[in-house]
Design a protein around this ligand. Structure first.
Ligand code: DX5
Ligand code: ZN
Length: 220
């Protein structure tokens, strides 16, 4: 059985102590840095952009997993590759020519991810699943950290796992939003491969221990 991964979301970090928080993740059992880029158009919030990603990449020593919550992501694919993104995830709802976008991401040497909003059914990926490396299932409405987990996600993960297997795809399943120690084990059971966690990690008294615990639950 492959190990399930933990991806702390830097959106919940202390930006006045960003280097400290990055070192914490470096020294923890976490596997990826999850980087949320929001444009205030696709989602009703603006997070941070290129200069912050450049700074993160200077200190981070793990996989950089970029989640684009922006319209017209094709415009920035080359730039994110140059800034050190290992995985680049775009939203299904923001891409008119998703197949082309996925090829463009892979041409830059990155893993190609597709995110689904809570209202988007998994079957829209049927004809493109063979070209996807990561499916990111939003378990909250994108735009903000600290929201409550949507319970329908378990069902969605099971349906997605079935779709992936049926199409002999090697895509992995990432869950984003409201992940805590309360849902990690059940998400693992449903078929999740990567758990993103923002507030639950960074607002914890002991973030390193919290990551360790999440990783244990995600693999139990
Ligand atoms: C939400 C972002 C998430 C967010 C998760 O739009 O995509 O990655 O940072 O934060 P928590 O874990 O606090 O729900
Ligand atoms: Zn995210």
């Amino acid at each position: 059985m492959t190990t399930k991964l933990i991806a702390p979301s830097i959106l919940a970090a202390d930006f006045a102590n960003l280097q400290r928080d990055i070192e914490m993740v470096n020294n923890s059992e976490a596997d990826w840095f999850h980087i949320d880029i929001m444009d205030g158009v696709f989602v009703p919030n603006i997070s941070y952009g290129m200069p912050v990603l450049e700074a993160i990449n200077r200190h981070a020593n793990k996989t950089i997993d970029v989640h684009l919550m922006i319209v017209d992501p094709d415009r920035y694919i080359k730039e994110f590759a140059a800034l050190g993104a290992d995985n680049l995830t775009v939203h299904y709802e923001a891409c008119t020519h998703l197949h082309r976008t996925l090829q463009a991401i892979k041409a830059e040497g990155m893993k190609a991810g597709v995110a689904l909003n809570p209202h988007t059914p998994v079957n829209v990926l049927e004809d493109v699943i063979a070209d996807i490396d990561i499916v990111l299932v939003m378990s909250v409405n994108p735009g903000f950290g600290g929201q409550s987990f949507i319970e329908n996600t378990y069902k969605k993960v099971k349906q997605l796992k079935e779709l992936i297997n049926r199409n002999n795809s090697s895509a992995i399943i990432e869950i984003d939003g409201g992940v805590t120690s309360k849902n990690a084990a059940e998400l693992n059971e449903a078929g999740a491969d990567v758990l993103v966690a923002g507030s639950f990690v960074f607002k914890a008294e002991d973030p390193v221990e919290t990551i360790k615990n999440l990783k244990f639950l995600a693999n139990s």
